[in-house]
Design a protein around this ligand. Structure first.
Ligand SMILES: C[S@@+](CC[C@H](N)C(=O)[O-])C[C@H]1O[C@@H](n2cnc3c(N)ncnc32)[C@H](O)[C@@H]1O
Length: 321
């Protein structure tokens, strides 16, 4: 079981002091009520992680942990097998003591595009839909004082815990909740990230407003989402699947998303990056052995998804509360 007491202690000395009891209760209910067929197997993988001494982290170019005493081949294999037990790894890559976890996504490429546009120094950061926490490590490395991520997916929580296992003191925490489940009020974060979440929400305006509610006045939102080309009158509402994903509801154009952010009460709205996802950035690997983007595009025309919609184009916008 994860020991959240250092986080609860930190919160008691912050504007989120009122989170303490609600979070403690919510965590207990969530973690005790966990019934997922694979959970015991994932937790066994965490127990199989070898204890290592002299752990050091180097996040300058990615998420890389190393040990001052080299790992034996047996220990390295044990680490590899424990991490493989947490397949599929989607966001990364991670270089953990020489084991290269080559994830489905080159999330480091996205971070390279986003990071130059934000200042996280000394900031209290909330990462909504944090996945396995890859970006949270990058946010901490970029100077954040506290990073809290929320994501309801329990496999991703276990992947996060595999890394945190070797960095127990890091002020980086993942909570197994949705944004909507966070105790209110939440208006205490300097920076809130929502990357890859908006298009999964049935009610995009509510999402923008819920994110705003998490920011302190003057705080900054970083919104990354799928978009389409076009003016402020254009959006795409897929009839069914989009790039084989069942739960994609709404892809606005950048001008429409900018207008939505302004209508939701944000100011200083600007698009800082626009990028068409390549089959080098999202693909199957030994750590994610299911189908990936190359199978989701039209084989005859890679500018279209297999359903005939425009191929994935992602925008990052920043905005102020
Ligand atoms: C496409 S992934 C994006 C992961 C990561 N943020 C990134 O940009 O690579 C979307 C994530 O959002 C999570 N998610 C979906 N709905 C959510 C909600 N209501 N609150 C918090 N997380 C949510 C999913 O479990 C999933 O891990």
């Amino acid at each position: 079981m994860i020991d959240y007491s250092p986080l609860l202690d930190t919160l008691s000395r912050s504007p989120l002091a009122h989170w303490q009891s609600a979070l403690a209760e919510g965590l207990q209910n969530r973690l005790e009520g966990l019934h997922h067929g694979d959970l015991e197997r994932w937790q066994q993988s965490l127990r199989n992680l070898p204890p290592l001494d002299g752990v050091e982290c180097d996040f300058s170019e990615g998420v890389r942990l190393h040990s001052t005493s080299p790992l034996s081949q047996t220990t390295s294999q044990q680490l590899h097998d424990a991490l493989q037990g947490l397949h599929p790894w989607r966001k990364g890559p991670f270089d953990l003591f020489g084991v290269h976890v080559d994830t489905e996504w080159r999330s480091d490429w996205k971070w390279q595009r986003v990071a130059p546009h934000i200042d996280l120094n000394g900031k209290r950061v909330l990462d909504i839909g944090c996945g396995n926490g890859y970006y949270m490590w990058r946010m901490w490395q970029a100077g954040a004082e506290l990073v809290i991520g929320v994501d309801p997916n329990l496999l991703f929580l276990n992947q996060f815990e595999a890394v945190k296992h070797y960095l127990p003191q890091a002020p980086v925490w993942q909570l197994p909740f949705t944004l909507e489940e966070l105790p209110e009020p939440t208006a205490a974060f300097d920076t809130v990230f929502s990357m890859g979440v908006l298009y999964h929400r049935r009610s995009p305006f509510d999402h923008l407003l819920q994110l705003k509610a998490c920011l302190r006045p003057g705080g900054e939102l970083v919104m990354e989402t799928l978009v389409i080309e076009g003016d402020e009158q254009h959006c795409l509402l897929p009839e069914d699947r989009y790039a084989q994903m069942r739960n994609v509801w709404f892809l606005p154009s950048v001008p429409m998303l900018e207008r939505m952010l302004r209508r939701a009460g944000y100011s200083d709205v600007r698009c800082v990056d626009l990028n068409r996802t390549s089959v080098e950035e999202q693909r199957s690997t030994a750590w994610m052995r299911f189908q990936s983007l190359p199978s989701f595009l039209d084989p005859a025309d890679s500018s279209k998804t297999i359903e005939g919609y425009p191929a994935p184009l992602r925008a990052t916008l920043v905005a102020r509360k």
